[in-house]
Design a protein around this ligand. Structure first.
Ligand SMILES: Nc1ncnc2c1ncn2[C@@H]1O[C@H](COP(=O)(O)OP(=O)(O)OP(=O)(O)O)[C@@H](O)[C@H]1O
Ligand code: SF4
Ligand SMILES: [Mg+2]
Length: 312
């Protein structure tokens, strides 16, 4: 069962350099209870998709398409309607924990406020919920952690707090935008483990944006690969890693240190004036004559979605 249908989502930004097409006609479904990993090189549009879901984009953004959640199109809800969905139904863990937390409030107050405001819990109950959640996020002395400020914590600790905030109200969909960025390997593993544990317990779905292919392989049910604003392949995780279809997917996996460590030739394209035809054609060793002047449309093939003329 799908819990989120993204249909023809396009996001552009007006800048002094021209119009940036950050997300270009992206469609996919996020199934209920699944972990879907979104991968792709830096600047390809992953975070913009995540922010579009809860309409958390700056003023210079123009959005079109539909993001259907049940019978609601999230792109057409008022700020007031969205406020009821954010955190309670769909929550987002951002890339930078220290910037995302309020520096002047104690950690525990930031969490317990959610219970007070959204669940109308008493101060005493809210504090008890917040303290128990901090305990679950690995704080050995949650009472002590409750009284700390973000600046007194390391990046890793603040990331745990952000995850606690995102999970506090048991949302149906958790969007995690590189939740382990900049953390050491042990912390990464612990945080992902805890995130998955709570996700399973609460039967939420997880939309995980990551550069970490090992994490995507280990925890995702499906993987979606982006290139230059478009999704070029969506496949079950084992299929994607064992036999990627798209030439960009094959190149990316070969470029990993655990594989051949062979970089894809050429550079990432401009998001203001992307190449004609297939966006990947200037770098593609398998390109056909048609690729330089016609844009491949996404099609279903062998249980995958693929945007490439080789599979027409
Ligand atoms: N407010 C903005 N104004 C103009 N361009 C923007 C804005 N926000 C994002 N962009 C551009 O949109 C494109 C997609 O950005 P996005 O942050 O989604 O990339 P990303 O895939 O999340 O990259 P990373 O892996 O580095 O986090 C980039 O080219 C970026 O420069
Ligand atoms: S459409 Fe053509 S250029 Fe693009 S990835 Fe496929 S083969 Fe390569
Ligand atoms: Mg990003």
């Amino acid at each position: 069962m799908s819990c989120l249908h993204i249909k023809h989502l396009t996001v552009t930004f007006e800048t002094l350099m021209g119009t940036v097409v950050a997300v270009d006609d992206v469609s996919f479904d996020h199934e209920s209870k699944e972990t879907l990993a979104l991968v792709g090189e830096t600047g390809c549009g992953k975070s913009v998709i995540a922010s579009s879901i809860l309409k958390l984009l700056p003023d210079n953004a123009n959005l079109s398409g539909e993001i259907l959640y049940g019978d609601k199109d999230l792109l057409r809800l008022s700020e007031r309607e969205l406020a009821d969905i954010r955190g309670q139904e769909i929550s987002i863990i951002f890339q930078n924990p220290t910037l995302a937390l309020n520096p002047v409030y104690r950690i525990g107050d930031q969490i317990s406020e959610l219970f007070r405001v959204h669940k109308r819990a008493s101060s005493k109950k809210s504090k008890a919920y917040a303290t128990s959640l901090l305990g679950r996020m690995g704080f050995k002395d949650p009472e002590h952690a409750f009284h700390m400020y973000p600046s007194q914590f390391s990046e890793g600790m603040n990331q745990r707090v952000l995850i606690a905030l995102a999970l506090a109200l048991h949302p149906k969909i958790i969007i995690a935008d590189e939740p382990t960025k900049g953390l050491d390997d042990q912390l990464k593993e612990e945080i992902l483990k805890e995130l998955m544990k709570i996700k399973e317990e609460k039967e939420s779905s997880l939309f995980l944006i990551t550069h970490d292919f090992d994490a995507a392989r280990n925890i995702a049910d499906r993987v979606a690969l982006m290139y230059c604003g478009q999704i070029v392949e969506i496949a079950l995780s084992p299929d994607f890693f064992d036999e990627p279809f798209h030439p960009y997917a094959r190149g990316l996996l070969k470029s990993l240190p655990s594989h051949d460590f062979a970089p894809i030739p050429g550079a990432s394209p401009s998001m203001i004036s992307p190449p004609e035809g297939c966006r990947f054609h200037p770098r593609c060793a398998e390109r056909l004559e048609v690729c330089s002047h016609e844009m491949p449309e996404p099609i279903k093939k062998s249980g995958r979605i693929i945007r490439c003329f080789l599979y027409r």
